[in-house]
Design a protein around this ligand. Structure first.
Ligand SMILES: Cc1cc2nc3c(=O)[nH]c(=O)nc-3n(C[C@H](O)[C@H](O)[C@H](O)COP(=O)(O)OP(=O)(O)OC[C@H]3O[C@@H](n4cnc5c(N)ncnc54)[C@H](O)[C@@H]3O)c2cc1C
Length: 378
């Protein structure tokens, strides 16, 4: 979100510094801040049970190609996406609401059930009564690391400078803003936007508390051999609500990771465990997640894909930041200090639009009317 805000502010001719460290070299030992985008794949789709999230994604996805072209790096994999859940009874809201939003916004998708669904995606096994919405185009997954890199490359083309240090303190006076960094340097600015993910509520950054909770997340990675990865090459991203509502897993198709191996990933913790403060968040990021949750997720994946042939399962950790409103937070806490955070587990795909809204708010004083019915305030 921060790199997107920097891109949009620089595009508007503003003098911009993007301050924040890069990804730690050693996740297990680093004592600095971490980010929720340190991964190779995040689901992207326009359909959503919530119209605001759907609009945010539509806007962002419509700009992926332009960002890729300008930056000279690709981050979007157009493999399609599926939202599946019960057609009727408990849990049916998930698909029904997304269908309504899709119809209202004119989002192209197929509705699949029964034999048609099994034939289209032979690698998935859903219980009878499952309805699936398939977005064949303009959906799939993005590489969030490369997305951030592309946003930064575009911002730099428009003269944004990058300062790779942590911010320790932000001070406001009648003269403006002073940003204190971990390299002992200070930067003066007219305005500042705090887009520090799970660390946005860290003391010394924003003047007011944020109505946002940070939750621990575990992910299970299934390592695949070449033949299995090839068998699943047409697999879309999946978001699924099972009829017993025991969890709401999401599954990413096979993706190559920096270690040269191909992994299929499942996430969707059955319970929310809150983390508070830098220490707890950092300790969680440095860990491999919760092995019990990982085993639960692995079991869910093997229910959805019982024929999956895998080499081994490993677990990873991440965090998500949930707001009271269920929407992202993009608002001014003073005339000069703005908050841009609260991905609610869905902020990667629409980060470019969230950054654009922050840039408009900072330069024009209000969020554009008409497009969004929701405000992004606290
Ligand atoms: C397991 C998992 C799966 C997810 N799946 C999806 C998905 O499929 N689709 C989707 O759209 N979203 C998904 N998300 C959510 C998405 O990853 C987040 O919403 C998104 O990364 C949030 O972006 P952000 O910019 O707010 O924060 P982050 O990505 O966390 O970035 C915060 C940045 O702030 C920097 N920072 C922190 N503190 C400081 C400081 N003091 N000074 C300077 N810089 C600082 C960090 O270094 C980092 O660069 C998932 C999240 C998780 C954890």
């Amino acid at each position: 979100m921060g790199s997107a805000a920097a891109r949009h502010l620089a595009l508007r001719g503003k003098s911009v510094a993007l301050i924040g460290p890069g990804e730690p070299r050693s996740k297990a030992t680093d004592q600095g801040v971490f980010a929720s985008h340190y991964d190779q794949a995040r689901i992207t789709r326009r359909l959503d049970s919530d119209q605001v999230w759907s609009l945010l994604s539509c806007q962002s996805i419509s700009r992926y190609a332009d960002i890729e072209n300008r930056a000279g790096r690709d981050f979007f994999h157009d493999v399609g996406s599926v939202m599946a859940g019960p057609r009727s009874g408990q849990g049916s809201d998930f698909v029904a609401k997304a269908r309504r939003v899709g119809a209202k916004l004119g989002i192209e998708h197929d509705v699949l059930e029964g034999a048609q669904l099994a034939e289209r995606f032979p690698f998935f096994r859903f219980p009878p009564g499952t309805q699936a919405l398939h977005e064949a185009k303009g959906a799939g997954h993005i590489n969030p690391r490369l997305h951030v890199a592309a946003e930064i490359a575009c911002a730099q083309t428009d003269h944004c400078i990058v300062v790779p240090y942590e911010v320790t303190h932000i001070a406001e006076s009648s003269m403006g803003i002073t940003v204190h960094c971990s390299n002992q340097k200070r930067y003066s600015a007219e305005k500042v936007v705090v887009a520090c993910g799970a660390y946005s509520g860290r003391s010394g950054l924003l003047p007011d508390p944020l109505p946002m909770k940070v939750f621990a997340r575990t992910i299970a990675f299934f390592e695949l051999g070449e033949a299995e990865a090839a068998r699943l090459r047409n697999m879309p991203s999946l978001v699924y609500v099972p009829p017993d509502l025991s969890c709401d897993p999401y599954v990413l198709p096979p993706v190559m990771y920096p270690d040269g191996k191909v992994y299929l990933k499942i996430g969707g913790d059955p319970e929310d465990v809150e983390l508070s403060g830098d220490r707890e968040i950092g300790d969680w990021f440095r860990s491999h997640g919760d092995a019990n949750v990982g085993a639960f997720l692995a079991e869910q994946l093997l229910k959805i894909m019982p024929d999956l042939d895998f080499e081994q399962i490993t677990y990873g950790s991440c965090v998500t930041s949930y707001t009271k409103s269920g929407k992202p937070l993009i608002y001014g806490q003073t005339d000069r200090i703005f908050a841009l955070t609260g991905g609610n587990g869905a902020g990667a795909k629409c980060a470019d639009e969230l950054g654009r809204i922050a840039a408009i708010l900072m330069t024009e004083g209000k969020v554009p009317k008409g497009l969004y019915e929701a405000s992004f305030g606290p």
